[in-house]
Design a protein around this ligand. Structure first.
Ligand code: GRG
Length: 293
């Protein structure tokens, strides 16, 4: 059922990403192309999917959530372009194609990342007629928190500083929570706000997102160890000396830990008076590392 749902929703997300993308500029076409290049490469769109599933769960109009789901995907794509730069992960392959800076050069890639990030804010601000201003401010606050030093920026900085170094387990977990789970949490919470979820419901859903976000990042590390670049469509880091969950727990132990996180995520949903079957199935799908390929 979740596979059918994903197959039905991804084209809707792709169409919305196009609809809400800025129009072609007259002169600054190179940076525009660079923004489109990584955004419209083949991707799983898991964060927008999560947002639509929340809307589905709350029987809320998907059209209301879709522009915000696009904003999150613009932020995520921006982070991928930056992550691949030579001064960061120095990756050459992303979403099955040469990384943005390989095709467009570093300076245009940086500008494209900033362009995407900026467009995400601009898109949210445009919905002040349809969404109550207080809600919009709260949504902006949630998004900035996800990108902040307690989110993507902080997580990435720790990741870079600790590259090829031994890291304590609690620092590793904090890094993963910031780098990856924070955008999952923001996605779920923004959608929950738009769907008028109650405080208690938001809490349960953001806890769910924390668990699956962490599981997603650990699966990503595991895939780096077990799958090939061709299967993943991005650089793999099999040979690095960086600490990962696999270096702490081994492959079997890591799979067990991912499964525990998924079970914890599902437990968070038990108090909700809604049909959470899609959220449960999405969580279970993350148990299968192949989902990442
Ligand atoms: C200012 C937006 C911004 C970021 C600055 C560069 C940076 C800080 C953070 C990088 C964060 C990062 C790349 C984390 C990795 C998260 C992750 C698991 C990415 C892979 O996501 P998937 O598997 O990829 O959803 P697709 O390609 O399917 O979207």
């Amino acid at each position: 059922m979740i596979d059918v749902y994903i197959e039905r929703m991804v084209p809707l997300i792709e169409a919305a990403l196009e609809e809400h993308f800025p129009p072609m500029p007259k002169y600054a076409t190179r940076v525009y192309e660079s923004m489109r290049y990584t955004l419209f490469s083949k991707a799983k769109r898991i964060r927008p999917l999560l947002m639509l599933i929340i809307a589905e769960t709350f029987k809320c109009d998907l059209k209301k959530v879709l522009p915000f789901a696009c904003a999150i995907e613009y932020v995520h794509t921006s982070s991928l372009i930056l992550d691949d730069l030579p001064c960061m992960d120095d990756a050459t392959l992303r979403r099955g194609k040469p990384a943005n800076h390989i095709v467009f050069g570093e300076s245009i890639a940086i500008l494209a990342a900033i362009g995407l990030l900026n467009h995400a804010y601009s898109l949210i601000a445009k919905f002040n007629d349809d969404v109550d201003n207080n809600k919009l401010l709260e949504i902006l606050d949630i998004m900035t928190a996800a990108i902040s030093i307690d989110g993507l920026v902080g997580g990435q900085s720790l990741d870079l500083i600790h590259k090829e170094k031994k890291v304590e387990l609690d620092v590793l977990e904090y890094m993963h929570r910031c780098k990856t789970a924070s955008l999952f949490v923001a996605s779920v919470d923004i959608s929950a706000i738009l769907c008028n979820a109650k405080e208690k419901e938001r809490k349960a859903l953001t806890n769910y997102a924390k668990y699956i976000g962490l599981a997603f990042q650990i699966s990503d590390d595991l895939s780096d160890q077990l799958l090939t670049e061709k299967e993943l469509g991005k650089d793999v880091k099999k040979d690095t000396l960086s600490t990962t969950y696999v270096s702490f727990y081994g492959v079997e132990g890591t799979i067990k830990f991912i499964n525990e996180l998924i079970e914890n995520a599902k437990k968070e949903l038990t108090g909700l008076n809604y049909d959470c079957s899609l959220l449960i199935q999405l969580a279970d799908k993350l148990k299968n590392k192949k989902y990442l390929s």
